[in-house]
Structure formats: C-alpha cells, structure tokens
Design a protein around this ligand. Structure first.
Ligand code: PHE
Ligand code: ZN
Length: 894
C-alpha cells in the first residue's frame, strides 16, 4: 500500500488553476470508449507558475495538447494517479486530452460503466478521474457541454446534463447528441447515460410559470412501475416551492433507473441516476416501506438541486453541508406527506441503529471529518448496507437543531440568506452556520463543535421537585466519550426540548426558568408554553422551573431535539405515565423504548446467570393498553409495540453478548404473543386489506399494525397460527401483506417454511427486486446454522456477486442475523472474511461496506475477539487490497 495517502482538512488549499469551460466528447463502442476533453484553464492568480496536476486513474492517455500543440514528453509527467504539466503557459489556455477507457470491464461501478447493456456514470465522490484527466475536486466549477456518439440501434437514448442542443445521425449506423448545461457545476455532478430505455413523461409547471418536462427512464418492461416515482417527483417539486420557495431551474428533469449501482441514487444536475430498487414500485411487487423509501429518495435527489448543486461543497470534508441538509429536507418532506411522529421515530431509530454504533468504533468521526484515506468510506448510515438510505443522518440532526433553536420562520430566513450569499459557489459548513446566525442575529455559542467533535454525547439528568418552593429542577451533566484521535472533549451545546406533565396528564404551562443566576422568560407572544428548549452548554448545569404547583413528570428531549444518549432518573412509574399521557408523541414512544431497554437488559443479566426468564407483568399490561387503544394512530401503535433491535441492546452492554440478547428478545416476543394471542388475532382480522392498494397514511398504518401482529403471532410454533399466516399469504393482494406473511412463516424451520419460500420464488423469479427480498429474508434468518443455506444461495441462479443489490441482500442480509454472524464457532466471521476478499477484487466500495461488520470486534468476548481479529489480519495480509477496505481494516486493527 505504498500509494496510500491520508488527506487532511487542515491542508486544504485553493486550487492554483480554475476551469472555465469543459467540452467533452464520448465515442462509445463495444471494445473501448474514447473521451475527448477540451478545457479552458486559467490561473487563480496572475503570473502563476505552479504545475497543473490532473487526477486520472485507469486512463490510457492518447493525446495531450496545450493551446492546440501536442505536448512533448518532457513537458508532462504521467503516473498511475496523476498527469502533471510542469510548466503550463501563463494566463488562459486550452488543454485538450484524448483518453481511452474501458467501461465494459469496470466492475467498480465508479466512473463510466455498463449496467444491463447500458452505459452510465457515477462520479461522486471521485469517479470523474476514471473518465478523463481533471482536477477532480468540487471547488472546480465549470460550464460543460457533452457530445455523445454511439451505435443507434444499441443505444437509441443518449443523455447528459442540461439541455439537448443538437442531435443527428452519423454514418455507420451511429448517431449523436449534444448536451449543454448552462449552470456551473463540479465534476462529481457530471452524468452520461446511453442505452435502450423508454420514458414515462409528465410535466410540472413551476410557480413562476416555467413548464418542466419530467422524464423517468427505464427498460421498457419496467415503465409501469414508475408511476409512484413520478408522483413523488411532482410532490417534491411542489413541496420545495411551498416550504423553501425553491423552484426548479431548467426545462427538463431526467431520472434514469439502473440495476447496478453502489448506493441509492445520485443527484447529477438534471440527470439523476437511481438504483432501480429506489425507483420501481407496483402494489404487487413493492412494500409500503419501499413506497415510502422511494418518496424520500426521489425527494432527496431532487432537493439536492439547490442544496448540493446550486450551492455545493468546497471540499469533501464539507460533505455534510449538502448531505446533512438534504437528508433533513427529505425527512421533512416525508413527514409532511405522511405522519410526522412515525417518520421521526423511523429516523431516530436509524440514528441509533447506524450512527451510534459507528461512533463507538474505529471509524468514529465528527460530522466534518478531519482526515480520510478514501472518501467513499465517509458516506455513513444505512447506505453502507442497503441502497435505501443516503446516510448522513447525523448531519441531518445537526441541521434539525438549527431549526429547533430558531423555529421554522427563523430557519427559513437562514436558508434564504444562505442562497442569497452562496448561489453558484462551493462553500463550507461555517458558511451555512454563518447564514443561519446572521439572518437571525442568533447566539449559537459553541454550536460549531457539532461539526468537529466526534462521539455520541451522553446527557445525564437528575430531577427534583420542591413542594415547598413549588419549583422543579433539572440538573444536567454531560460526557462526550473519547474517540480515535480525540481523547478529551469539550462540553457541547445541546438543545433540550422539555415539557412538564402534570398529574392530570396535561402539560403544565411554563413561563420562566431560573438558570445561571438569572430568571429567563420563556413565553411565546406573551403566552406560557407547553414545551421550551433549554440551552444546555456546560459540563454541569441546573435549570429550575418555578410556580409548579404539583409534582410533574418531566418529558425531556421532546421530539429527540438532539442526537445524544439521554440517561434520566425517571422511574418505571414515570415512564409508564409518559407512555400513557405525554402530549409529545415521540416521547410517548420513547418512554416505551426506555422501558423495553431496561427490561431487556435485566433479562439479559438473568439469562447470563442461567436464571429463569420471567416477563414483568406491568410491561405486558403496557403493551396491551397501547395495542388496544383505538384512539391511537395505527402505525404509531405498530412502532410502539416493536422492541428495540438486538444491536441497540448490544450497544449498551459492557461486553456485547449476541446470544443472550437474541434469546431475551425472542423470549419477550413469544411471551407477548402467548399472553396477547387473542388481541393479536383480532388485530389481524380487523385490519385486513379489502380495498385496492393505495399509498396513503391511513392504509399503510392499518397494514403496519396488522403485520406486526402477524409477526408476533408467527413467533409461536403452533398450527392455528401457521394456518392463519398461510391464509394471509395466499389471499394477499399486495406485496406488503404477502411479504409480511412470508416473514411470519419464515421464523420457524420446517416443511411449511420451505414450501412457502419455494412458492414465493416460483412466483417472482422474473422480478429481480422481489427476488432480492427473498434472498435477504432467508439470509437474515436466525435459524441456527443458517450459514449453510447462505453458502448454498451464493450458487443460486438468482445471485450475482457483481450486483451490489444482490450482495446487500444476501451477504448484507446475513449480517442482519446477529446470532449467526457472531456464531461462536467463527463460521460467520470466516464467511464474511472470504466474501470481503472476493468482493474487493470486483468492487471496493461494496467490499468496504461489508468489512465494517468486523470494525467493532473489541466489543465482544475474548473468543469472538480472537476469531474476528484473525479475519481482519487475514484480510490485511492480502496483496493489492483496495484503499477502501485498507482504511477500515487498518483502523479496526489499530
Ligand atoms: N450523493 C448521493 C445522494 O445524495 C449519494 C451517493 C454518494 C451516491 C456517493 C453515489 C456515490 O443520494
Ligand atoms: Zn444526498
């Protein structure tokens, strides 16, 4: 690994040369592709004599001209990563290169590659350097034209960014198209697609009257599955106008679905490219969860047009500037389109499932990292295991805190100022911060620490009611755990939304709080408030509410107002009270989760001591009362009766014990199913789908509740339930119901399970997206020794190791079973080690997302530590390891 280089934020330097215009020409053919590039270059400072260093990987240089003259070999230097012009002319000059590339053999799915016979590109973060020689960095913003030439019958559709300005035939059965993008952009937003595709077309009229043609391109057979994507796109365009006053800026917006894609989707200017998994849906083939994901991802990529494209990042350390903000925007969009509480619960669960674990491992890094070896490794979050999420949940939480502190109107003012100041620029997280601050004249204290300090802050609260003084006190103390390279931390600025719930279950109106020796008024428009946002900034700090006549139960961190771990002194009784009464629905759910976490931890310790497990009857009653409360939103009920995941519990243990956690979670589920059998049965019967599938909250909520009840029942090994689940399976009219019943049956090994899995494959083998669900369901099964089945599936015709979605489904799916992944005989680790090495040869990005399963090996017992470490060392010893995998493995072993 001699070429390995760690890149530091502190080393950022402005480029010596800028690019004004970039004219590209691609001649695509079956053996090779030739890329002609003509760039107008100018120095940042007059009289500059610095060398011009261009990035380029896996490129064959054919010709290199400066101002029209071929360069002599002595005037440039070319190695495996760079092309350096030692003494470029002074002033403005043109640089022309001719390069040969080989998309047909590109399995990394980065740069220009082929997917199902079509050409497509993926340039973020640093893929453009695999297309042509360039200063591949986002602060190089230029105007592009792109001419594409290709065989007309094989590639009838030729697309790039911006507007189509010319097209025509060329001899030899070829044709061409010329695209011009009127907006400056960094090269990571460049895109090209050529292939056999058809489009679903629609139009959107912007609020200022611009008529925009919307086109979603897929292979012809998939076109019927694009209706929901089109609906989502139009909804997103309208929402961005309504909420942020942001209009689309061109007359054409293209979306292309491809089946080979490392991530979810990509926001290339006016030519978004999507992993087909997050575009294609029909009621028969996609679940409610898929529909919701598509809405969110379509929104996300569209919203990037302003937050990412019009205003972009100065360098990759600023990734959160666009991703955090855009994830926040798509979360808000989905909330407005469905249920805000349910969406918030899902997003917070995402933070806990993906972000917190990362914060505890060797890859822990601040929202804005200080250094990286391979930028791809910093696209964190769910996207590392499944394409359905874009990651950067934590960046979104930081953006959300601005809104919590400023309120919606203040946040909007900040956004307006951000665009006014920075449209057309490549900027930093400080620029966003300054816009928010300046537009509101706000005091954000040391809020910027959220960008530079890694680790999940832990906030402890001690509460006290003084009946005599009629005051209620909250004493906070915070600790930010050490992370690699950051042993000591400073206290963070944590906005804590708080309400006090009176004995009657209603919020106590709050008008002042005593803090830091001062009485602060917290009214809004002169009126007392039910919720106030406390600014917790010190290591230790107290807030006292006065005029509190009865002892309340505090509802702390309402709506999850900061991405932290809260550790309060609330009793079980307090938590049951909040579960029943809190006006903040998020905290109602959270109270149930805290209770479940406590219960699970105490049962885990019983299990480890070989004691008999007994379910706390109060917990059972709590679940029952939620399940039977018909006044509650059904999807909320479904979420509220879902136990925290096994990973979440393992994360809060001293030494993670996958077997104990799995045994306990299974025990509680079975106990609940046994005790509430009738209630669950009724829930299934009363919530069946009778109507045509519709994507709306009411119907989705009903299906969610029915299917969680079915999942609980499925944990019982009993004939009546098997019959019921089979009946649900056979009568299902949509994939949500069908897959839920399949999953219920999948829990118990045996003949029925085998038959129904075979039947499902039989039905759906022609549809690769459905088949991926089938792969992932089986792979993630907790049935002991399931590794054998997973190994068998590697050879199934439905599997292909070159296709990321299939890898995420089968190999990623296997990691979903904690007991099998962490099997004490090391079989799970061994399997993953083998897979990582195989994948790394083909696709380093996919390999590195799989190798992260080893990164927290130190959290386990000694036997597992040794087994996992052996795999890491085996991987490390491999010749020709990619930077992607090297970075994670070396940091894990450090
Ligand atoms: N920028 C993409 C998005 O927001 C994510 C992505 C990153 C896709 C890197 C591909 C490569 O969806
Ligand atoms: Zn994004």
């Amino acid at each position: 690994m001699d070429s390995l280089k760690e890149i530091f934020l502190k080393d950022y330097k402005q480029p010596d040369y800028f690019f004004d215009t970039v004219d590209l020409k691609f001649t695509l053919s079956e053996e090779k592709t030739i890329v002609f590039s003509k760039i107008v270059v100018y120095p940042r400072l007059e009289g500059c004599s610095a060398p011009l260093v261009l990035d380029g990987i896996d490129l064959k240089l054919i010709s290199l001209k400066v101002n029209g003259d071929e360069l002599k070999v002595d005037d440039f230097h070319h190695d495996a990563r760079h092309l350096t012009l030692s003494a470029p002319p002074s002033g403005k000059f043109t640089l022309e290169t001719v390069t040969e590339i080989s998309p047909q053999t590109n399995t990394s799915l980065e740069g220009l590659y082929k997917s199902s016979g079509n050409f497509c590109t993926q340039c973020e973060a640093q893929g453009f350097r695999k297309i042509t020689f360039f200063q591949d960095r986002p602060d190089i913003m230029a105007k592009y034209t792109c001419r594409i030439e290709a065989d007309k019958s094989l590639y009838p559709v030729l697309l790039s960014n911006g507007n189509l300005i010319e097209q025509g035939e060329i001899e030899g059965g070829k044709h061409f198209a010329v695209w011009e993008d009127p907006f400056v952009k960094p090269c990571y937003l460049f895109a090209l697609v050529a292939g056999k595709l058809e489009s679903r077309d629609d139009t959107f009229i912007t609020r200022s009257g611009r008529k925009v043609l919307l086109r979603i391109w897929t292979p012809v057979e998939d076109l019927p599955k694009t209706a929901h994507a089109m609906y989502s796109l139009k909804a997103a365009m309208k929402w961005d106008e309504d909420v942020f006053g942001l209009e689309y800026d061109l007359d054409l917006f293209n979306i292309v679905a491809v089946s080979d894609f490392n991530m979810g989707a990509m926001e290339n200017k006016s030519l978004n490219i999507f992993n087909s998994e997050v575009v294609l849906a029909s009621p028969e083939t996609a679940t409610d969860a898929d529909y919701a994901t598509i809405l969110g991802v379509i929104g996300h990529e569209y919203f990037h047009n302003w937050t990412g494209n019009r205003v972009t990042c100065r360098d990759w350390f600023q990734l959160s500037l666009k991703e955090g903000l855009t994830v926040f925007r798509d979360q808000e969009f989905s909330s407005d389109m469905g249920s805000r509480t349910v969406k918030r619960i899902a997003d917070v669960t995402g933070v806990r499932t993906y972000q917190f674990p990362e914060d505890m491992g060797p890859m822990a890094h601040p929202v804005r990292p200080h250094s990286y070896i391979k930028m791809d490794n910093f696209y964190t979050g769910k996207c590392r295991i499944s394409p359905s999420c874009i990651g950067h949940d934590i960046g979104a939480e930081v953006v959300r805190m601005y809104k919590t502190l400023l309120g919606a109107p203040g946040f909007r003012k900040g956004m307006d100022l951000y665009f006014k100041r920075h449209d057309g620029q490549a900027v930093t997280c400080e620029d966003f911060y300054s816009a928010m601050r300046d537009a509101n004249d706000a005091d954000f204290f040391n809020f910027l620490l959220w960008y530079s300090q890694a680790g999940t802050p832990c906030l402890k609260v001690v509460t006290a009611y003084d009946a005599q003084a009629k005051s209620y006190s909250l004493k906070f103390s915070q600790v930010v755990p050490p992370t690699p390279g950051q042993p000591v931390k400073e206290p963070m600025f944590i906005p804590v939304a708080v309400g006090l719930v009176g004995p009657n279950g209603k919020d106590i109106p709050l008008s002042s709080v005593y803090h830091d020796g001062k009485l602060e008024t917290i009214t809004k428009d002169g009126q007392p408030v039910n919720t106030t946002v406390l600014r917790v900034t010190k290591k230790e700090e107290e807030f006292v509410f006065s005029d509190i006549r009865e002892c309340p139960v505090p509802s702390i961190l309402r709506g999850y107002s900061a991405p932290i771990r809260l550790d309060s002194d609330l009793t079980d009784a307090d938590l049951y009270f909040l579960l029943a009464n809190d006006s903040d629905e998020f905290n109602r759910w959270e109270a149930g989760q805290v209770l479940a976490r406590k219960l699970m931890l105490s049962l885990v310790s019983d299990f480890q001591k070989n004691e008999k497990l007994v379910l706390n009857p109060q917990f059972l009653l709590g679940v029952k009362s939620i399940l039977c409360d018909s006044s509650l939103d059904k999807e909320f009920v479904a979420k509220a009766i879902t136990l925290p995941g096994e990973g979440e519990i393992m994360d809060i243990m001293e030494i993670a014990d996958p077997d104990a956690v799995h045994a306990v979670r299974t025990f509680i589920r079975k106990q609940l199913a046994t005790e509430l059998r009738d209630e669950f049965l009724n829930t299934v019967k009363n919530n069946r789908s009778s109507e045509q599938y519709e994507f709306n909250h009411t119907n989705m909520a009903r299906r969610a509740l029915k299917n969680i009840a079915l999942a609980y029942l499925g944990s019982l090994e009993d004939e009546e339930i098997t019959e019921l689940a089979l009946h649900e399976y056979k009568t299902a009219t949509n994939m949500t119901d069908q897959f839920a019943s399949l999953a219920a049956l999948d829990q118990n090994p045996g003949k029925t399970r085998d038959e129904v899995l075979a039947d499902f494959y039989d039905k759906w083998q022609h549809d690769f997206l459905v088949v991926n669900k089938w792969l992932s369901l089986q792979a993630s099964s907790n049935i002991p020794g399931n590794i054998e089945n997973v190994r068998k599936l590697l050879n199934h015709p439905a599997f292909d190791i070159r296709n990321p979605n299939k890898v995420y489904s089968l190999i990623g799916g296997f990691c979903g079973s904690r007991v099998n992944l962490h099997a004490k005989d090391g079989s799970g680790y061994k399997f993953m080690g083998e897979m990582v090495l195989q994948l790394d040869k083909l696709n380093p990005q996919v390999a590195s997302s799989m190798v992260t399963v080893f990164s927290r090996w130190k959290r386990y017992d000694e036997t597992r530590q040794n087994l996992a470490k052996a795999q890491l060392e085996m991987i490390m010893a491999e010749n020709g390891l990619s930077e992607n995998v090297f970075e994670i493995v070396s940091k894990s072993l450090a």
